[in-house]
Design a protein around this ligand. Sequence first.
Ligand code: CU
Length: 643
Amino acid sequence: MTEQEMTKAELAHPLEMLTSDEVERAVAILRDSGRMTEGALFASVVLHEPAKDVLAQWKPGDRVERRVRAVIVLGPECEVVEAIVDVGAGVIESWEGVAGVRPTLLMHEAALAIGTIRAHPEYLAALARRGITADMIDQVQIDPWPAGVFGYECEDGRRISRCISFLRETPTDNGYARPIEGLIVHFDNGRNAVLEVIDHGVTPLPPNRASYLVADQPRMRTDLKPISITQPEGPSFGVEGNFVQWQKWQFRVAFDPFEGLVLHQIGYNDDDGRLRPILHRASISEMVVPYGDPDPLHGWKNAFDAGEWGLGRMTQSLRLGCDCLGEIHYFDATLASEHGKPWVIENAICMHEEDYGILWKHVDLWGGTSEVRRSRRLVVSFISTVGNYEYGFFWYFYLDGNIQLEVKLTGIVSPMAIVPGTTPAFANVIAEGVAAPHHQHMFNARLDFDVDGEVNEIYEVDAERMPPGPENPWLNAFRPKLTRLETELSAQREVDAGASRTWRIVNPEARNGLGQPTAYKLVPTMSTPTMLAHPDSSVGRRAAFAQHNLWVTPYAPDERRAAGEYPNQHPGDDGLPRWTAQDRSVADTDLVVWYSFGVTHFVRPEDWPVMPVEYTGFTLMPFGFFDRNPALDVPPSEARCHS
Ligand SMILES: [Cu+2]
């Protein structure tokens, strides 16, 4: 081994992000095996993350074994191959066919579908009934949607999508302004064939364009003065490969085609020299957008934007000064194209620091001192464009030990055309001739907690109002009521704002300086819903993860995604409901918290034609993890901030 190779090997970590070279080597090994078919497509090629015990034993300088996990689609049938390749050794470690499942929607097939549909005579006839002639076909935008499961015959044994259409006046026009209402095409993605053209009847195209482009606005404001974010001495974080250190925090950044940004091994370097683990792995494991309108054109819409499209696959490059301001560090993400070529999304992840108002303050009216400290957060984010919607995922690390995930919802709502002057039953009118069906955006965060070590327990903490009695003579008494969640089924819980409910993840072995067990608490944000669709509905079963806010499981390496590995056209009950049916113990074990949260979206006129950001998320706060405010050592930003 040369000196240069030694250095590289020493620096490498088993969780470093996948490289283009590794994608090429893994694909070459798979192709050389002779087991691939001519038109085989790669649904995903990802780093096969080492098992937790292997990671725990690894130390710098150890040989790093790199494995790649590929999901391969050999043909049009409903099956995939899961292969694991040891790229160092050049061998295929496993090759397993999985029958009866569909991969994520493949972009290669979706692109082919558009051409095929545009040439189909029945489709052209349906357009003609709406005054859209064949010479306008280039203006017709076709959006393939994941089909869900609704008992149509064409669903059986096929990988299908349901395609809906919109009319653009120009190539850059907002097509969503003019839904071609009533028209759905059922499409066999695997065989590139139209299965059915369904016309539920003509609704006139809405009369108006709905542009959000600068050139189409009557005037722009002229009174906004510039804000410059400068850090003349550079940022306060350090980056080596995918390893990040900022203030006392450290973690590793990775990127998955479905989950998008993944944070590994989040830890805190305490003042006594200990590196204290908090989360082993954190990501969005799944999300779903169930629509609440039974209309035949909209009632089947239930996009699993992580599992059916891929939050990582739909990520677009971020632009300096636009998406993120200030001293930015970008991480590129390396995925694989469906043809097995390295696919690098440049500037996929943005990291920077933000001033966040005050951290703490006190004016001592007796002593005359006045102290205030500025809060600052490290932001690690990416933005996914899933068709009409944008989802920004922003992880924040704070100086006081808080960790927050904020999801920003923006982009364009999924609209319907209506007869002007009518009022739909399950949609809000948002423009002349345009309504938006009621819907939810439900996310699931998989949080593999390791608070001060692997063995943790979880308590539900409710504020409890005490009854009148000798202990409560003034009727004012209340206290926290802690209930330990013992098993998977009893740990399926809901947010309760009235009880100020939080969940506390506790290390029963570790103690703070007061002798209390160390902990972090999960704090829901306001108006966190569960799914409104009936539990027995198609989406209720397919996205059961959204029926409860909280789920807890004992760690298992193959339990990764809340609705299972293959939610596309899956009838349901996979993922969390299947695993937790075992009702395993979640007490004093290496537990994983699965938190479902989101928004119920009754669309406003103000959400049109492009939606100002709506926010959702959650916060993780230390609770006795420290002995006192851990941010007393944050210096004043200016001399005049303390006296
Ligand atoms: Cu919405």
